[in-house]
Design a protein around this ligand. Sequence first.
Ligand code: BV8
Ligand code: ZN
Length: 252
Amino acid sequence: MSGAGLEAAKSMLAAVRRLAVLTGAGMSAESGVPTFRDAQAGLWRRFDPQQLASPEGFRADPALVWRWYAWRRELVAAAQPNAGHLALAQAAARFSRLSIVTQNVDGLHQRAGSREPIEIHGNILRSRCLAECGAKYERPEDLPAGEPPRCPDCGSWLRPDVVWFGEMLDPGRLLAAEEVVTGAEALLVVGTSGLVQPAAGLPAQARRAGVPVIIVNPRPTEIDQIADLIVTGTAAAVLPALLGGMAARGVG
Ligand code: BV8
Ligand code: ZN
């Protein structure tokens, strides 16, 4: 972890009261949830996640895609929020507003205690009817049997309530995310390669709105050139150091 970036980031955040945070798969890497970039583990290594996480992939083999999500749900259920998730949850009390926009679908921000992160790619624990009849399942344990289960209301398939490649993001959630990042006094971008659009465009939108951007990542990203500051390091190492010792902010 580069101390220089960290000290500069600390002083940049010292006067900030409204903080926005954009997180990607790297945020959950230290919780044992593999990023899309990492090779898939075990029997899934011969499949391309971008193919599986797509409407075409699901239509081609609904059972295979459903089993892939069931495997990922088990990984997520066994994972624990890491020190980075906890640092973000605990830092919320020290800002008048700390808003999280996450590309992750694992629900670990909520489990760490962060309230209402904007899940712009959905949540893997939720399922919904493929035919959009309105049937929704908040928890895997509520699901009917089947791989995939049939929708009890209309007979179509059930599918994970996530945004697949080639699918539009929910316009309301995207708008809320844009408002959060452009309305903040600083944007922290943690654990994202900056490859996947339109999420990767949010830091540039913040920058255009005059919001300083701090990137936290152990490796270079596609959006480094728009950052005001780069702190080289992992989420679980940097975030407690960056946010841990902050005094409470005046509400305002
Ligand atoms: C859209 C839910 C309009 C599903 C996800 C051709 C055809 C169709 C579409 C496209 C196309 N070409 C481009 C597109 C657009 C496409 C896209 O951006 N493709 C990219 C890959 C080029 N985007 C879309 O399709 C989006 N929709 O554009 O609609 C449209 C409609 C029709 C046609 C065209 C356009 C929808 C995108 C949402 C996809 N769904 N998730 C699921 O999870 O199953 S995205 C998925 O991948 C994850 O959620 C995650 O967000 C993303 C991977 O990105 P990252 O989060 O950044 O993770 P990544 O693995 O990339 O990087 C990890 C980072 O962590 C690295 O930087 C690493 O250094 C760092 N790291 C590692 N360890 C740590 C760490 N950091 C900190 N600490 C650590 N310990
Ligand atoms: Zn249905």
